[in-house]
Write a protein that binds this ligand. Structure first.
Ligand code: FAD
Length: 371
């Protein structure tokens, strides 16, 4: 069959690897001009480790393991360490693997078979799902017909909008915004990744391999802005941290404002009653974004891509059965992983100083209690 996949993140690339292995003809279109982007490391946990193993990737993923999150420590306004991130509680098991996004992206891209074509700087402009195929017009103006289309184009999925309706029907804001900025000239002086909290906010520095990012999160009700508009995103971020001169807050906000690839988005989840419509299906954040706060989006992308290909393999002549099986297999993972986001927000950005102090006392006491 001829497949078109929109989006070359972990979900799109994994789907392509799995479909290609089953002998399908796959085209991936990726809006960006390059893969990976400015995004931070990700985690592979639980059942996704089994999937990575079945895909023949687990060994290489293990070799590239990093410990960015393990090095996070909460600091006070002067930079003194006051508590540690309880990584064991956050992880599903000690086997969980944190890996740089470029590394997993490159591993998946290297696995793409000869019947997969990856087109960068391209996206779907129009979809017409007909009786015998999906007619697609691309933003470049070319047209083509595919047997099936998979939307793997992230939380703000265009395929979802074109096939299922506007984003507001499915997006559930969790009450936080997150930003990540590059710190190109920064050389960490020690092994810790420091995070400073003040009520409703957290800001920190995260180093891994030879890269360093500034991390920001703050509580806020929904803000209506054009998420393609970088200048507005920078202004919202700067306003949220304005007036705070403690620790290195002004310096990090300045770095974010200078960053031409700043990541800024709401902490939101995508919740949909179903992930297919005719010959179009969704996978990864497009279908069931769990949010950064869950730290489980990549695991969901890997299991989703695996179950989607498996269902199509097991029901070659019956699309309805295949979609049903995909949803039956993947839904329990989505429910479990989406539920981890709310505690993540409470841990990282407590609303009041009392709650910050309580968190820090609890986490600082932990190692001593265990001795
Ligand atoms: C700041 C941040 C921190 C995160 N931290 C973690 C973490 O610690 N652990 C974890 O497991 N997960 C984390 N995640 C989530 C994780 O990145 C994703 O859930 C996971 O990688 C699956 O993503 P995806 O492939 O479905 O979507 P994405 O990674 O969003 O990829 C979508 C791809 O589609 C492309 N695209 C978008 N629109 C179009 C279009 N119209 N046409 C064509 N292409 C398009 C994008 O450029 C992108 O390449 C984090 C995400 C962010 C943003």
């Amino acid at each position: 069959m001829r497949f078109l996949i929109s989006g070359a993140g972990v979900a799109g690339l994994s789907t392509a690897v799995n479909l290609d292995a089953d002998g399908h003809d796959v085209t991936i279109v990726e809006r960006a001009e390059h893969l990976g982007g400015n995004a931070p490391p990700i985690d592979i946990r639980g059942d996704a480790l089994d999937v990575a193993d079945k895909m023949g990737l687990l060994g290489q993923i293990r070799e590239r393991r990093i410990d960015m999150t393990q090095r996070v420590q909460f600091i006070d306004r002067d930079g003194t360490v006051v508590a540690e991130l309880p990584v064991d509680e956050i992880n599903d098991s000690p086997d969980d693997i944190e890996i740089a996004r470029d590394d997993i992206t490159n591993l998946l891209r290297d696995r793409l078979g000869s019947s997969t074509e990856l087109r960068l700087g391209e996206s779907i402009a129009e979809l017409d799902d007909g009786e015998s195929g999906v007619d697609v017009r691309f933003s470049s103006g070319t047209v083509d017909r595919y047997d099936l289309v998979v939307g793997a184009d992230g939380m703000h999925s265009a395929v979802r909008r074109l096939t299922f309706g506007p984003e507001r029907l499915f997006l559930h804001h969790l009450g936080f915004y997150t930003a990540m900025a590059r710190l190109p000239g920064y050389h960490p002086s020690d092994r810790i990744n420091p995070m400073y909290s003040f009520p409703g906010h957290i800001v920190g520095i995260m180093s891994y391999n030879k890269k360093t990012l500034a991390f920001f999160m703050f509580r806020s009700s929904w803000i209506d802005y054009d998420y393609h508009d970088l200048a507005i995103k920078k202004r919202i971020l700067a306003d949220a941290f304005a007036g705070h001169h403690e620790w290195r807050v002004p310096e990090l906000v300045d770095a974010a404002v200078q960053d031409t690839h700043l990541y800024f988005d709401s902490e939101s989840q995508i919740k949909m009653p179903g992930w297919h419509n005719g010959r179009v299906a969704l996978v990864g954040d497009a279908a069931y974004c769990a949010s950064t706060l869950s730290g489980r989006g990549t695991s969901l992308a890997l299991t989703g891509a695996w179950f989607l290909a498996k269902a199509l393999r097991e029901h070659p002549g019956d699309l309805g059965q295949a979609w049903e099986q995909y949803e039956r297999d993947q839904r329990p993972h989505v429910i479990r992983h989406q539920a981890t986001a709310a505690p993540g927000g409470e841990l990282l950005a407590p609303a009041t100083q009392d709650e910050i102090d309580t968190r820090n006392r609890g986490l600082a006491a932990r190692p001593a209690d265990e001795e």
